[in-house]
Design a protein around this ligand. Sequence first.
Ligand code: C5P
Length: 298
Amino acid sequence: MTSVTVRVPGKVNLQISVGPLRADGYHELVNVFHAVSLYDEVSAAPSDRVRVRVSGEGADQVPLDEDNLAGRAARLLADRTGHPARVALEIRKAIPVAGGMAGGSADAAAALVACDALWGTDLSAGELHALAAELGSDVPFALMGGTAVGRGRGEDLVPVTARGTFHWVFALAPGGLSTAAVYAECDLLRRHEAVPEPAASDALMAALAAGDAKALGAALANDLQPASLALRPQLAKVLRAGEDFGALGGIVSGSGPTCAFLAESGRHAEELALALSDAGVCRAAVRATGPVPGAVIV
Ligand code: C5P
């Protein structure tokens, strides 16, 4: 085999309920993941060692050294299977870098699937999931796609029934935010509060099951949002603009700084994206639909 290409989606979190800080430094979560049609592509080809090249959206901000999560995914798979760690990974990015849409996690999931096929290591879905969870809290969902509830630190996944297709607009911000910094800020903001155990929203689950975009817009909730806004106050203006332009709901995506807006239809999403771009509140406004499948070989 000469080369394998995997397409992998970004995600928005429809709900993040952040529970108490655990002894291992992670927070107990209820995290409703929703895969959207903004895709990265990762190609794996034979090489003399692990090499990583990146092109596309925000490529200059992606580390190419030992920190690159796709490269780490390839090394982890090699280590666990005994296959030599030799692959050239080429990543073509459309998911914003450090944008709260799990782009780095998506690339890691894609690299696992691509190397597993290229090397013929042929792991089961369960084995791939376990390696993905070692690489990061959001990596298993990128393998799975669709809509799912993540518990634990987000890696313990159960699919959620969602009817129909939802139309989204993503307002991309200049620069990224560190996920760890946003969680630390969240702890700081809540230091005088008793933090309850995280819980899934019944209203959100009902909206998904009914395919009711209006109800879903009203049920979007992100406990990390106050922390993202504290670190990036300009985001308040972005969220307000989305609301003014008639979004059914608006939310910081994951730890941010991307903001996600739910539209009534494809046409409404088009109008909303134009209005957000014209208002000059974001670097770019891009449309996507969800849910979509996880990492697939193309
Ligand atoms: O798992 P991942 O490496 O993507 O997490 C990045 C950072 O986000 C962690 O180091 C931690 O600070 C924070 N995090 C957390 N609780 C979670 C998931 C992530 O505190 N459930």
